[in-house]
Design a binder for this molecule. Sequence first.
Ligand SMILES: NC(=O)c1ccc[n+]([C@@H]2O[C@H](COP(=O)([O-])OP(=O)(O)OC[C@H]3O[C@@H](n4cnc5c(N)ncnc54)[C@H](OP(=O)(O)O)[C@@H]3O)[C@@H](O)[C@H]2O)c1
Length: 240
Amino acid sequence: MLRELKGFNAIITGGSKGIGKAIAVELAREGVNVAIASRNIDTLTETANELKKFGVKVFYKETNIAKQKDVQRFIEDAYHALGSIDIVINNAGVMKNRSFLEVDEEEFDQLFETNVKGIYYVLQEALPHLVKQQSGDVINIASMSGLKANANSSIYSATKYAVIGMTEGIMQEMRKHNIRVSYLTPSAVLTDLIGETPLQEDTMTHPEDVADVVISQLKLQPRTFMKTAQIWATNPTPKE
Ligand SMILES: NC(=O)c1ccc[n+]([C@@H]2O[C@H](COP(=O)([O-])OP(=O)(O)OC[C@H]3O[C@@H](n4cnc5c(N)ncnc54)[C@H](OP(=O)(O)O)[C@@H]3O)[C@@H](O)[C@H]2O)c1
């Protein structure tokens, strides 16, 4: 039997739009209190106001997850605003489509600092709370690009391979604390991240579909978990 999520407290990085927003909305619909972080305060505020309509506690703070001080402030303030941390969704990420020879060092660093080091900063702050309570969930949003690299996204792929490696290690360390650490590897999802798409939008995976997988994972009884899931569109169809 699946469990209820009502009353849990969740942190979602990049919760202002795309996949992160869809996850925040579905969690709030389940009665989960949510804390969201991203850089653009206008989008963040707009999403926070939408989340409040579900009658849950909503905390939000302008945060660049590539900056350790920002992350420390966000997690500390979210912890005090919500009272505990039960669920951490590491979702914030950036992607650039560029051939390897076009990627300068600044862009290389930005990709790694956001997609990989951002997760390191968040979990360094949040995991001690979960360990203390001997329970909790961490779900890291990796990508199919972390399982198979393609031309024009080599560095993005490298960050997602790194996310998977880091997650697998943390998962093994946390099981003894009854903390479930998992990762998802979606294929293309209809968000701003991918920009113009040659596919018919209704045949692609939507952010809400990824959120459904997250909710399903969280609703499993705590004794069991889904270590990872590959999320594919069933029949992605090119535009006419
Ligand atoms: N869309 C896809 O096809 C796809 C497929 C597989 C995996 N993913 C992964 O899914 C995650 C979400 O992607 P998405 O498609 O939903 O992208 P999106 O629509 O561009 O949303 C990205 C979110 O992350 C936030 N963000 C980016 N950099 C940040 C930073 N340095 N600090 C704090 N927040 C930051 C953005 O807000 P601000 O810009 O305001 O900071 C936004 O809220 C990413 O990790 C991505 O790699 C996406």
